[in-house]
Design a protein around this ligand. Structure first.
Ligand code: FCB
Length: 424
């Protein structure tokens, strides 16, 4: 199945990754502490070395170029830039400038995420996402980084404040599988509200810098479907999840209406002032990994989710390309350009990735045909990397990484993607 050739001029074809997952030897962060706490990482590994991107970034940019990519999404480790409250490490920032300048020099448009899951440890100790000064602290850090990286030679134009804010809230404050390891609906709702505020603070600082900067978040967007279509409670569960998990955060960023509710917790509505009177998103990043089946339950929180019946990745996540069309159509309602900022799978044997790529890119093409303004597709990920609570075992890379020798070896699917990009 060849994808239709309706991708617009200047479409971003690329890959993405995040600092903590690839750089190695991170400074003290909540995630670093978590990986060193017994029993938290399924395979007992950590991210101390990861793929040594901090030193070997050039090798990865060369590979991305060979792939034919014109775009690369990466993130900045806050804990490197501000290792202690209010103390900024200029050397770390200079090193990022080297990395991102090299990205550009290889013909890759950088998309830079300011926060991708890990927090400086000092901030985690202050209460992390729920800390009193969290929003202001993030705004200050963001403003500082953007002020430097928007200048030549990096000239970064495409920014993301947060990666998957609600995944962080869910995993850290409801499911307890990520730091800070809590199960508290009240704190979860407080964290969500604080993340919205922090985004506003950052956008305020960024807009004050002038320049033609594009700011977004990467929103993990699932297609929640009721298990039994005829059951109104399953239906309500799916509708609630589509609202709270997919749309509510984006809606708050567009309108300034910041209110959070889940069974057992509620944060009162606050109305935030839109910086420069405009919605705080210039485009929207969509991280797409599949649909989820919603089921109502008798006890609080009165719903649960499960995987659909289709074929699975190595992590047991269902592969479901058709839902990407639906997600892009749904997300289009905000009227923003959409960047598919993540899409990929754990597939160590690389037997499914080629077909996965074809089907998902075909789905993106279909959504475009239906009117969605999709501006790019960034596959997750270029190389294998540290997959959070699962450790180093899952293999998400188009390029296999050998953790003993640091060798990078393109898998067959690398050529599938390369060919698809070339055919466009
Ligand atoms: C996303 C994360 C990313 C990676 C992929 C597999 O939720 O943003 O860091 O772990 O899943």
């Amino acid at each position: 199945m060849a994808p239709r050739k309706n991708f617009p001029e200047g479409f971003f074809w690329g890959v993405g990754h995040s600092a903590f997952q690839v750089e190695g030897s991170p400074r003290d962060s909540d995630w670093r502490e978590w990986t060193h706490t017994k029993g938290k990482i399924a395979d007992g590994t950590d991210a101390e070395k990861a793929t040594d991107f901090w030193n070997r970034y050039e090798e990865d940019f060369v590979l991305a170029r060979e792939l034919g990519a014109n775009c690369f999404r990466l993130s900045i480790a806050w804990e490197r830039i501000e290792p202690e409250a209010g103390c900024y490490d200029e050397e770390a920032l200079d090193h990022y400038i080297k990395i991102v300048a090299s990205c550009r020099a290889h013909g890759l448009e950088p998309v830079v995420t300011l926060h991708h899951f890990a927090l400086p440890l000092w901030l985690a100790r202050e209460g992390g996402l729920c800390a009193e000064g969290f929003a202001e602290r993030f705004g200050a850090y963001a403003g500082r980084v953007v002020a430097r990286l928007m200048q030549s030679p990096t000239s970064v134009r495409w920014w993301m404040t947060f990666n998957e804010p609600l995944v962080m809230v869910n995993m850290g404050y409801l499911i307890a599988e990520w730091p800070p390891g809590l199960k508290s609906p009240a704190l979860a709702m407080k964290a969500a509200k604080n993340l919205v505020r922090a985004h506003f603070q950052a956008v305020e600082k960024i807009r004050a810098l002038g320049g033609d900067l594009q700011v977004s978040i990467a929103q993990h967007w699932r297609d929640f479907q009721p298990r039994r279509f005829w059951n109104p409670l399953d239906y309500a569960a799916a509708a609630y999840l589509n609202h709270v998990f997919n749309r509510n955060f984006v809606k708050a960023l567009m309108t300034g209406r910041n209110s959070w509710w889940m069974p057992g917790a509620r944060e009162r509505l606050e109305i935030l002032v839109l910086p420069q009177g405009r919605p705080t998103l210039d485009y929207l990043g969509i991280n797409y990994y599949g649909r989820m089946i919603a089921v109502s339950t008798a006890r609080a929180p009165f719903l649960t989710v499960e995987e659909g019946p289709g074929p699975k990745t190595d992590l047991g996540w269902e592969i479901c390309a058709p839902s990407l069309v639906k997600v892009l159509k749904d997300a289009s309602r905000f009227g923003l350009p959409l960047l598919i900022s993540e899409n990929g799978l754990a597939d160590a044997a690389d037997t499914k990735r080629g077909d996965f790529l074809r089907r998902h890119i075909e789905a993106a093409s279909e959504a475009i045909a239906l009117g969605a303004n999709v501006i790019g597709y960034l596959h997750w990920s270029l190389t294998d990397n540290f997959e959070w609570a699962f450790g180093l075992t899952p293999r998400f890379g188009l390029v296999a990484y050998n953790y003993d020798t640091a060798k990078r070896r393109p898998r067959d699917s690398f050529n599938v993607y390369r060919q698809m990009i070339e055919d466009e």
